[in-house]
Design a protein around this ligand. Structure first.
Ligand SMILES: Nc1nc2c(ncn2[C@@H]2O[C@H](COP(=O)(O)OP(=O)(O)OP(=O)(O)O)[C@@H](O)[C@H]2O)c(=O)[nH]1
Ligand SMILES: [Mg+2]
Length: 264
């Protein structure tokens, strides 16, 4: 498994302070909210949970709105976030969900934008409140606009990788990287991308070769540097360099009703 050290630390922290947490902010990738939510919900069950659809600037707006409505239809509170959103809007949303000086933690899969989100909340004027009596020592909390307190350390959650499609989507949003997934996932991720981007080519190998040549990624002897091109290709997708994309739709929700996700 990946990041086992971080993961263990994050879950230990959450376990220790769970009783004190008033709100868990689940940060999902707006391009694949179900795939980036495919973790066990048990460790993060708190008094209240809210969903933040992050990296929304990388998805088409109409799709983001559909996702927001999808979650709201099952009575979840949803905030649409991107790193350039005004801080006040997000502070106000969170403040509405918790009592004054309530404790909040931010959780999510690798690379979904947890640190970016926490830094946004902290802003430049937030005061560090440090260790709080009654709560595990050594944890840093920040008071945000004197309204609520956010833990400086995000909770890292690992998705339950139960299907090729799920792993492929996590690759497409950059939560997993090329070197972490098997060949068949690379091919499947390419198919998902090719369909959305309306590319006729469905063979990853030949496409990446072309991509390498176009980008001048050539190794000795004039051969295309396929390894480098592959990494660059999937990074470009996940970082939005090929435009705004979404990798799943609410219609796919049924795919996630698996026993393996025995979490809610
Ligand atoms: N376009 C865009 N990029 C974002 C957004 N939020 C975060 N990023 C980028 O995504 C990458 C990961 O962001 P982080 O905030 O480090 O994510 P994280 O969840 O803390 O990552 P880990 O701690 O490694 O699990 C960085 O390159 C950010 O600049 C966003 O709203 N829009
Ligand atoms: Mg981080």
């Amino acid at each position: 498994m990946w990041y086992p050290g971080h993961m263990a630390k994050a879950s230990r922290i959450i376990e220790q302070i769970r009783k004190n947490i008033d709100l868990v902010v689940e940060l999902l990738d707006a391009r694949a909210p179900l795939a980036t939510r495919a973790y066990s919900r048990k460790p993060i069950r708190a008094k209240k949970n809210v969903i933040v659809l992050g990296k929304s600037d990388l998805a088409p707006n109409t799709e983001v709105i559909r996702w927001k409505e999808f979650f709201e239809s099952s009575n979840e509170q949803v905030f649409v976030f991107d790193k350039d959103i005004p801080r006040d809007a997000i502070v106000e949303f969170i403040a509405k969900q918790v009592q004054k000086n309530g404790f909040i933690v931010v959780v999510g899969v690798p690379n979904v934008g947890k640190s970016t989100f926490i830094n946004k909340l902290k802003g430049s004027r937030s005061a560090q409140v440090g260790a709080i009596p009654g709560i595990t020592r050594g944890l840093q909390w920040f008071s945000v606009a004197e309204k609520f307190r956010v833990l400086d350390t995000p909770g890292l959650l690992l998705p339950n990788l139960w299907s090729t499609d799920l792993v492929a989507k996590l690759l497409l949003v950059g939560s997993l990287t090329v070197d972490m997934v098997p060949e068949k996932v690379l091919q499947r991720a390419f198919e998902i991308y090719a369909k959305i981007a309306e590319i006729d080519d469905t063979d990853l190998e030949s496409y990446v070769e072309k991509f390498a040549r176009e980008k001048g990624m050539i190794i000795k002897g004039g051969q295309p540097d396929k390894k480098r091109a592959l990494v660059s290709f999937f990074n470009s997708i996940s970082q939005g360099k090929f435009g705004k994309l979404t990798f799943e739709t609410p219609q796919e929700a049924n795919d996630y009703q698996s026993d393996r996700l025995s979490s809610t």
